[in-house]
Design a protein around this ligand. Structure first.
Ligand SMILES: *[C@@H]1O[C@H](CO)[C@@H](O)[C@H](O)[C@H]1NC(C)=O
Ligand SMILES: *[C@@H]1O[C@H](CO)[C@@H](O)[C@H](O)[C@H]1NC(C)=O
Ligand SMILES: *[C@@H]1O[C@H](CO)[C@@H](O)[C@H](O)[C@H]1NC(C)=O
Ligand SMILES: *[C@@H]1O[C@H](CO)[C@@H](O)[C@H](O)[C@H]1NC(C)=O
Ligand SMILES: *[C@@H]1O[C@H](CO)[C@@H](O)[C@H](O)[C@H]1NC(C)=O
Length: 227
């Protein structure tokens, strides 16, 4: 027989999972506010991009002017970026291509509040729907977060037989990926507006903890075995 405690733990963990299926991004005046510190200026979600072309990926790391310039990795401020990486991903075709990895994105263009990746869209990428997936590690009010933001884009490739991608490929991880993310952008108020934000406004926001349902059940078995 299942103990009520076991069921309670399972339900708690599953509801934590459900909580995070809320939107991972909000568009305000053409800027994409992630649930972390990053604000994506380009590309816009739903954009069609072309294999073989170069696309600028632009990210405001200043929180719309709220964060000082030295809020990158190693900063001792309560609110700062630890890491920011970008991958082109597709669960449909199990593709996971590096767009920008390591600390280069956050440390390049010193003094600039907007960081740019001149992304050469490899001509090996077949036509289809993808996510430009942003992985942000950051501290917000001294609390550590790991925020995943999938930005849907379409890629068109005029070459119908583009061949296999080999450079910058990574294994695709199982879906959904675990994250610990605030429930909304720290730079937006309750009306999704930037105009009336107390810096950083995430302090009182609920924290969404996303774990896979299998992990949730496994964790509750673990809890159960400890009881
Ligand atoms: C993009 O991400 C969303 C949310 O995680 C997911 O549901 C969708 O399947 C992804 N699209 C592709 C092409 O992998
Ligand atoms: C391979 O991809 C990396 C980025 O992942 C890029 O910096 C490098 O120039 C690419 N090399 C070739 C040969 O395309
Ligand atoms: C893509 O690969 C990177 C590097 O290995 C990894 O951090 C990320 O979680 C992967 N994303 C997916 C959706 O598999
Ligand atoms: C949201 O908008 C409503 C109606 O305009 C207003 O009363 C409320 O104060 C706003 N909330 C915030 C946090 O700005
Ligand atoms: C804020 O944006 C989220 C995500 O798009 C949406 O679900 C929510 O209803 C918006 N809130 C308001 C007050 O417009």
């Amino acid at each position: 027989m299942l103990s009520p405690l076991f069921l309670a733990a399972t339900l708690l963990l599953l509801s934590a999972f459900a909580h995070n299926t809320a939107n991972a991004q909000v568009a305000v005046n053409g800027q994409i506010f992630t649930n972390g510190l990053a604000i994506v200026d380009a590309p816009q979600p739903g954009t069609t991009l072309h294999a073989g072309a170069t696309q600028s990926v632009a990210i405001d790391i200043s929180g719309d002017g709220h964060l000082p310039a030295d809020s990158g990795p190693g900063s001792s401020s309560a609110t700062h970026f630890d890491s920011l990486e970008i991958y082109l991903t597709s669960y449909a075709t199990s593709l996971n291509l590096t767009v920008s990895s390591g600390p280069v994105l956050l440390t390049q263009e010193p003094g600039s509040t907007v960081k740019h990746v001149n992304w050469l869209i490899d001509s090996c990428i077949p036509s289809g729907n993808y996510n430009l997936t942003f992985y942000e590690g950051s501290h917000i009010n001294s609390e550590a977060f790991f925020i995943i933001t999938p930005l849907p884009i379409e890629i068109q490739n005029t070459n119908s037989n583009p061949g296999q991608c080999s450079n910058g490929t990574n294994p695709i991880q199982s879906y959904p990926q675990a994250q610990v993310a605030p429930s909304h952008s720290p730079w937006l108020d309750a009306n999704n507006s930037t105009s009336n934000v107390q810096y950083p406004s995430v302090a009182d926001a609920a924290v969404g903890l996303a774990v896979s349902p299998i992990a949730a059940v496994a964790m509750s078995f673990l809890l159960y075995s400890l009881l």
